[in-house]
Design a protein around this ligand. Structure first.
Ligand SMILES: *Cc1c(COP(=O)(O)O)cnc(C)c1O
Length: 355
């Protein structure tokens, strides 16, 4: 049954729900999907009628451009439920803007803000029961857009599909991670697509990450593609270093993704009076700080894990340990951010968004 609502999103409800099959006390990250998805197709030069429909397979022509030329970008965001069952998002307009920044770089047509926001809200209201309330759990939201247009010609497609899918999820990483500072492979290059959440960026990371895993590390710290002297990101997260009491992170560029968690941490640090330096950070400086005892923390920052503390790093066949810190910056930032996300604390920044 299809009904049109005022935002002109057609809604087709699933006849049955999978929710009773899901164990909400043991949720792997991003594995289980909900009953519905938001879908909007681009053809004849415009975005067509958006709809919420039962989550299902999609059928594509084998010559669809997505399979051959990788025109595909995505976002990652979360919905949280508070003690009163209100649903919250965290800075969703930043994701909305960023998917279009990514799309533009891959010649994918931009998706209108009202379609994105109304689609998201409508879907979340329908999937409300799927938003977990257990500590650290949330509904992971994956907006993505990809080329569906047919033909083996290496040029941008003329048809696209925009989808929002959701997955109730537990916490992303359990415990601290040991990372390898990478000197051979690069995640991104000057003039490339590193700043975009483009699918291919992640495919390119899998092989070097697999090599790092074989050596006993869980993640890679990427260095700049040119000199490999400066650290840039930690896996698919922005990276922070604490030397003494100063918090360091590198500036964003066309090689580095402009993370919303990174931006939020920088504002919280400023609010807490923590000394912050946004500048290039050399591997040499980190190793010197480790050797003289001033290297206190390193952590990744991203929506999935919020902050992911690093326990130690490897560089040129040598391992360096990070100390155990009481009241670490990582734990403070994580608490400040999650307290805002779950509506447990005042939100002086205006980041929380009621669905
Ligand atoms: C998504 C992502 C991040 C983190 O961005 P958030 O907006 O904080 O989730 C950082 N680096 C890369 C490469 C990413 O894909």
């Amino acid at each position: 049954m299809s009904t049109a609502i005022s935002t002109q999103i057609a809604i087709e409800k699933a006849l049955t729900s999978k929710i009773s099959e899901v164990n909400f006390n043991n949720l792997p990250f991003g594995q289980v999907t909900t009953d519905h998805m938001f879908v909007c197709d681009y053809k004849d030069g415009k975005w067509q009628q958006p709809k919420v429909m039962p989550y299902q397979n999609i059928s594509l022509d084998p010559s669809s451009r997505i399979f051959h030329y990788g025109q595909s970008v995505f976002e990652g965001m979360k919905a949280y439920k508070d003690a009163d069952d209100q649903i919250w998002l965290f800075r969703p307009l930043e994701n909305q803007k960023r998917i279009n920044i990514s799309s533009k770089r891959l010649v994918i047509p931009e998706f209108p803000e009202n379609y994105f926001m109304e689609g998201l809200k409508t879907l979340l209201q329908i999937e409300s029961e799927w938003i977990p309330k257990t500590e650290g759990s949330s509904l992971y939201i994956r907006p993505f857009v990809f080329a569906t247009g047919n033909g083996f010609h290496a040029s941008p497609a003329d048809e696209y599909k925009f989808i929002i899918a959701c997955s109730p999820s537990g916490s992303y990483f359990s415990g601290k991670v040991k990372v390898l500072i990478e000197e051979k492979y690069a995640r991104s290059a000057n003039g490339g697509v590193g700043f975009a959440k483009a699918g291919g960026n992640y495919a390119g990371q899998f092989y070097p990450t697999q090599l790092a895993k074989e050596k006993g590390y869980q993640q890679v710290i990427w260095t700049d593609d040119n000199t490999h002297e400066y650290i840039e990101e930690a896996g698919a997260m922005n990276v922070f270093v604490r030397i003494g009491d100063t918090l360091l992170t590198c500036p964003t560029s066309d090689r580095i993704l402009d993370g919303i968690t990174r931006k939020s941490i920088l504002e919280i640090a400023k609010d807490e009076g923590i000394k912050v330096e946004v500048r290039k950070i050399s591997v040499k400086e980190i190793i010197e700080a480790s050797n003289n005892g001033t290297l206190k923390e390193m952590f990744g920052a991203g929506t999935a894990a919020v902050v992911s503390p690093i326990s130690g790093f490897g560089f040129r066949d040598k391992d360096y340990e990070l100390p155990e810190i009481e009241n670490s910056y990582a734990s403070r930032f994580k608490k400040r951010i999650t307290d805002i996300q779950y509506n447990r604390a005042e939100d002086k920044f205006g980041w929380r968004y009621l669905v």
